[in-house]
Design a protein around this ligand. Sequence first.
Ligand code: HEM
Length: 439
Amino acid sequence: MYQLSTTTMFLYIVIAFVISIWYVIRHWNLLKLIVKCIYAYIRCPGRGLELLGMFQDAFPDIFRVRFSIKTVYVLAKPEYYEKVLSSPLAVDKPEVYTLLDQFLGPNIFTAAENLWRQQRRLLNLSFSQKRIDSHSEIFLEEADNLAKELVTHASQKNLDLEGLMRVCFAQATARALFGVKFKVTVEDSRKMDRIFIETARRGVHLFYVPSILMPPMPKAFNKSLSDAIIASKSIIFERRKQLVRNKTLLQDDKPQTERAQKSHMLDYILECPEFTDERAMSEIILFLIAGNETSSATLMYACLLLAMHPDIQEKLYHDVVSICGLDDPITLEKLPKIDYAERIIKETLRLFPSAPIIGRYTQGDLDIGGRVIPKHSTVYLHIVYTHRDPRFWQEPLTFDPDRFLQENASKIYPFSYIPFSYGSRNCIAKVILTSEVSL
Ligand code: HEM
């Protein structure tokens, strides 16, 4: 039998040792970072974004991670955002998103490019400034209801502020986009949240566990999903009934009511032959999720920041009272004058963007300026990191709404602020948001 002599064995050990030392020295910073992240994760699991931030600190513009056969790029450089988000080769969404299709069916948020273009073209019609303005009364009314609700709960020690806000946004979304008035409870709105959170959690696990080994979704998720499907069916039923009633009114030569026109997003969907009822249902659930979680979280963070900055709160109060009076309701005409409220929302979205990180899947090699991201890569844009990056924002963790004063606009580094994303696949509701949340 072949036997190593002691000298040869010793030589091999020395070579292996030298190679290991060379490897450790060469990748010292990376290894230190990995150990730090594992330690931080063990101490407090669920801090994914914070861990990502640690890697981004080490590689602030871009870094690449390989998960078995998947290659993921994480970017935090404004110039790269512009290149990726305006490229026709990066319109598709990565696997983490498309998981939602398994439960909801195809929808605008996750659809692959061809289907998405058709959907977006149609739904954009209902998000024009004119259409949105026609729903302003709804937003005012729902905001007023929320204010009244808050007054009745004012003396309560434990107020579920978030729950009340969720209800307000869900009802406003249903009325403005679907043309249907329906009573939403806090529990209903939490069910929408559960669908999104559980799907996102599973999506993150997909990085390291093959889908075949994933356990079934929890019972609470399945119950939330089936309740959401029932609710969306009844919304379609109710709106169809209204549309038929309105058509009859028109045939009777009655004056054309505003509701008789195609005035809500759902009307466009119901009248489009390509949209089956199943597709209409998945869009309804998707819009309830997208409209609810993002807006209520923004408003919650704004309230938190105002509570932490009484001086800013006081100034906002004085602005509102001097423009609207103490007891008068806020009207649409008065809203643009309260521009301080809008700046507060913008600054809140800088510090706490509702979509802190977004993803794209490349359909071709993507030149992002000096670097090429190959075809079939997943790209994540680390928006919250850039929003707080001291290279682009002075004292980035300070809450200062005046960064968004008109005279400071030129100081904002291009593409360092993209809470609604950018390009053709940006937030479809962008036009309404800052004013809706300000209200
Ligand atoms: C403060 C509130 C909101 C913020 C910060 C926000 C932000 C965003 C962002 C960053 C995206 C891009 C996501 C990505 O590419 O992964 C997005 C997409 C989207 N948002 Fe919003 N959003 C908000 C509220 C809403 C509301 C109220 C609705 C609807 C009622 C809505 C509907 C959508 C839809 C349908 C998309 C997918 C668009 C597409 O893929 O074509 N969002 N939003």
